[in-house]
Design a protein around this ligand. Structure first.
Ligand SMILES: [Zn+2]
Length: 439
């Protein structure tokens, strides 16, 4: 199958940030076969021709940190202090089932596709169900089973995620769309041996580790008191700070932490929406990028930021940095689009396959329409994406060469996915009400 997209304003996000004002992209099966100026001879080679009507065609966006199956928690206890321990942990243990994880993941994946996200990193329980949801909906996922120091909804003993995770990795490794990884929950919810075991798993299967790092005030305090170290220094001291680690949040980093991370080539998932909603602080993204760290954007779970789209993250990230440093010129729009695309691909170690529109890369693309009132005029397409656009401007999405969104409509049965999730959530809803009344 060969699909030609014509009349597109193409932002390739390649090394030179090449753009084509009236460009074409040819997709052959799962990969990009041509990107460049309009070329009439390509029309004959195509089985299908799509007119982009001057819209902006760019690489699919990459969400580097999510817990997609937490959809049921969205808008629950939003303003409650220590929501993690009052709502999330107890309700997860009481109500999360394999089936609920599967249906919630399907819902979240559809939501991401509609907002132009074509790849996401996930950390949760029953991660195999998330993998099945990716397979069912043609989504690219980098998925890690959670490892934590108590029995969870899918394990009967503390650290059960290690065994589940290893089976999961063995089962799904080499899959076209799913990359299985391992996900220790956080620096302070795992003992050193468990963090080391997770790291060893990643080495054994040549995969990645992801973890919440330097996110909480109390986490920083704990490490200061117990070890006289920062969490980053601690991770380094036990041998798990490496180029396999994707550290989520990293709000509280000092200069020497960033130097260490840059030496070890540790990657960062920056989750500004979640960080700011919980009043946790603003991560030093300016310094991280200056230190040469690979940084991508993440939404965190739909209960932490209430959204899974990267338009919100791009905007919030750039507002926060400019305001924090009181510098309007900081982070040009193209730098922010980079974080959402090729930057994210580098974080996931997938920059040779996705993150930019280049010949022979995987055909993960997003077409953003420019007909809506909020998209006029466009003096600079990067600025239009960061400052003018929102998720509702996403017109079409291709993942691995397959078009999953056409004229803003999913090719999947969205109504059915929503109804199935609502049905699965009945017990959860009841328990959530009881918990709120008990507080
Ligand atoms: Zn998270």
């Amino acid at each position: 199958m060969r699909t030609l997209i014509k009349n597109a304003w193409i932002l390739t996000m390649d090394e030179q940030l090449t753009t084509y004002r009236n460009g074409m992209v040819l997709i052959e099966e799962t990969r990009i076969a041509y990107v460049g100026e309009a070329n009439a001879t390509l029309l004959e080679r195509a089985d299908e021709v799509i007119d982009a009507r001057g819209g902006i065609l760019m690489p699919g966006m990459i969400n580097t940190h999510a817990h997609v199956s937490m959809i049921p928690f969205r808008s629950l206890g939003d303003d409650c202090p220590d929501r993690l321990r009052r709502y999330l942990f107890p309700l997860e243990n009481e109500c999360m089932t394999a089936s609920l994880v599967y249906h919630a993941a399907q819902y979240g994946i559809l939501e991401m596709q509609q907002s132009g996200v074509t790849t996401f990193l996930d950390m949760y329980y029953f991660e195999e169900e998330v993998a099945k949801a990716c397979e069912a909906l043609g989504m690219r996922g980098v998925l890690g089973e959670t490892v934590i120091n108590f029995a969870t909804c899918d394990t009967t003993a503390p650290y059960g995620g290690l065994a589940y995770g290893e089976n999961f990795i063995k089962e799904w490794q080499g899959h076209e769309l799913v990359t299985p990884i391992i996900a220790p929950h956080a620096t302070n919810t795992n003992e050193a041996w468990a963090l080391q075991a997770a790291h060893e798993l990643a080495v054994k299967y040549d995969t990645l580790v992801t973890m919440h790092v330097a996110e909480m005030d109390y986490e920083m305090e704990e490490f200061r008191t117990n070890y006289q170290m920062t969490p980053i220094e601690y991770l380094d001291s036990i041998g798990v700070l490496s180029d396999r680690l994707i550290a989520a949040h990293c709000i509280h980093l000092n200069e020497s932490d960033m130097k260490l991370m840059s030496e070890k080539q540790t990657r960062v998932a920056h989750c500004i929406g979640s960080n700011m909603k919980a009043g946790k602080g603003i991560a030093p993204v300016k310094e991280m990028v200056a230190s040469g760290l690979a940084v991508g954007l993440g939404t965190d779970g739909p209960s932490s930021g209430n959204t899974l789209d990267l338009f919100t993250q791009m905007k919030t990230a750039v507002y926060a940095q400019k305001t924090h440093y009181k510098d309007r010129s900081l982070f040009k729009a193209e730098e922010i689009v980079k974080l959402a695309t090729i930057g994210g691909a580098k974080v996931l170690r997938m920059e040779h396959e996705i993150g930019s529109l280049e010949v022979s890369k995987k055909a993960d693309l997003v077409l953003i329409e420019t007909d809506s009132l909020n998209m006029f005029p466009i003096h600079d397409p990067y600025s239009a994406i960061v400052y003018s656009a929102n998720a509702s401007n996403v017109d079409s999405v291709w993942i691995n060469g397959r078009q999953v969104l056409k004229n803003k409509q999913s090719i999947f049965n969205q109504k059915h996915v929503k109804e199935s999730l609502a049905k699965e959530m009945q017990t959860f809803r009841q328990r959530a009400i009881e918990r709120a009344q008990a507080l």
